[in-house]
Design a protein around this ligand. Structure first.
Ligand code: PLP
Length: 453
């Protein structure tokens, strides 16, 4: 492509930031007006983040410095609904929201179940996952604040991919610390993130103090979401012109994702359906919070009549085997202490192809739901997840992300139970992402003769 064409395309691709809706823009009338703020609707107070008692300085103060103003304000908000700016609603509409709620009839037939299985299709968003909902939102607020560079971490690469696009959309630069093992598994996604113009660093890296310390000591050398979080925060703290954004875990990210649950509510209402079971995979808890948050009042009313189920990786079994206690979210202790279900920050996560669920601790919000008995949890081995992915491919024709396979696995188990009991349950599972750029994991499982089994 000649230089002139490239310049012309760049100017079309980078409209820069505008606080106003872009005219003529996509009609956002089916996009929710507000985010649902889960924290004030929890059955128990959220345990506050706090500083450890050591001489390394206040982690909480660092957080104040490196975060976007609007995100700090949203985390502190006590209103149940937070208005979504018009420009963000329009962006979400332009990306394809509301996403479809698919009745998975072929899967139901395959299972010979009386259950009705609905899949919330976050995988159809253009970068391949629900992560775009919060990436676009945070990029918008960064541009509004006049921030030029966003620093973040990513586990599976889906968040990094979403941020890379959202940053470009708002004329920002993105720096992404990516759990090394996952980055190496996914050269395709790596290429796409770099094509979008983001800078990618495999974590642990030599670029930051926590990365160097881990490499020097030979700890967590595979990298994980935790190592990448520590490095992204450390990098942002050392570069005051940047701001750090998070892709999960924190109340504001979960709130941004509640467009998912609000849409599901509307879509089920239109079908005359009442859900018996809501299922999401759980890493930092944002697609889970996003799907289930808007149903918390229903859960309070219906108790056991509405099952909320989190599906995690057996390689990082925090909700099923972890302890509810304060811990750092990164191995080097760069983050403040937060209370969640944790395996301990020294826990060396095994090498898996499920990068988005591969972390030692989790969200305090999800932790409270679990601790208060509102959230059930189940853990699956990697092989079980990929086998589920093959079933979904063969029935519905969709290649879903390895993380999402955990949620659908749980939905299948519930549907099989419905077959055994003869009770026609309505089951909703969130398909958090598309698996086309996660083929390494499928290939590791099915490459060769197993594919024909
Ligand atoms: C496709 C996909 N689903 C789910 C997750 C887990 O994130 P969360 O627990 O925040 O929903 C990730 C994280 O990277 C992901 O990429």
């Amino acid at each position: 492509m000649g230089n002139r064409e490239e310049t012309a395309m760049q100017s079309r691709e980078q409209p820069g930031w505008s606080p106003e809706p872009v005219a003529p823009g996509p009609d956002p009338h089916d996009v929710p007006m507000s985010w649902f703020n889960i924290v004030p609707n929890l059955p128990a107070p959220l345990p506050p983040a706090r500083d450890p008692e050591d001489a390394r300085g206040s982690r909480l103060e660092v957080q104040q410095r490196i975060r976007l103003d609007a995100m700090r304000a949203q985390d502190a908000a006590t209103d149940s609904f937070l208005p979504i700016p018009e420009r963000v609603r329009q962006e979400l509409a332009g990306l394809g929201r509301p996403t479809p709620l698919l009745r998975a009839r072929a899967l139901e037939e395959y299972l010979d179940t009386p259950a009705r299985i609905y899949l919330k299709r976050e995988d159809v968003l253009p970068t391949g996952s629900f992560k775009l909902n919060s990436a676009v939102t945070q990029a918008y607020f960064a541009a509004r604040q006049g921030v030029g560079t966003l620093v973040t971490e990513t586990g599976a690469g889906q968040w990094g991919h979403a941020v890379a696009w959202a940053a470009r959309r708002f004329g920002l630069h993105a720096i992404v610390f990516w759990a090394g093992v996952s980055a190496r598994q996914k050269p395709g996604r790596h290429t796409v993130i770099e094509m979008l113009g983001a800078q990618v660093h495999q974590s642990p890296s030599e670029l930051t103090a926590p990365g160097k310390a881990l490499l020097r000591d030979g700890r967590h050398v595979l990298g994980s979401l935790g190592t990448a979080i520590g490095e992204a925060i450390s990098y942002a703290a050392d570069h005051p012109e940047t701001r750090y954004i998070s892709g999960s875990n924190l109340p504001h990210v979960l709130a941004h994702q509640t467009v998912i649950g609000q849409e599901v509510k509307t879509q089920l209402d239109a079908l005359g359906e009442t859900p018996d079971t809501l299922i999401a995979c759980v890493g930092g808890g944002s697609n889970l919070g996003g799907l289930m948050g808007p149903f918390l009042a229903d859960k309070a009313e219906r108790g056991d009549g509405l099952l909320l189920l989190g599906a995690e990786s057996a390689a990082a079994p925090r909700l099923t085997r972890g302890e509810w206690r304060y811990d750092h979210a990164d191995p080097e202790g760069v983050t403040p202490l937060t209370k969640s279900y944790t395996l301990g920050r020294d826990y060396e996560l095994p090498d898996t192809h499920v990068g988005g669920l591969r972390q030692h601790s989790g969200s305090s919000v999800v932790g409270v739901l679990r601790q208060q008995g509102l959230l059930d949890a189940v853990a699956y081995e990697e092989g079980e997840a990929f086998d589920t992915g093959r079933v979904v491919l063969r029935t519905e024709g969709m290649l879903i992300a390895p993380e999402s396979c955990h949620a659908v696995r749980a939905a299948i188990e519930q549907a099989v139970r419905a077959r055994e009991t003869g009770v026609a349950k309505t089951i909703v599972a969130c398909v958090s992402g598309n698996g086309a750029l996660d083929l390494d994991g499928y290939t590791a499982r099915f490459g060769g003769r197993a594919a024909h089994a």
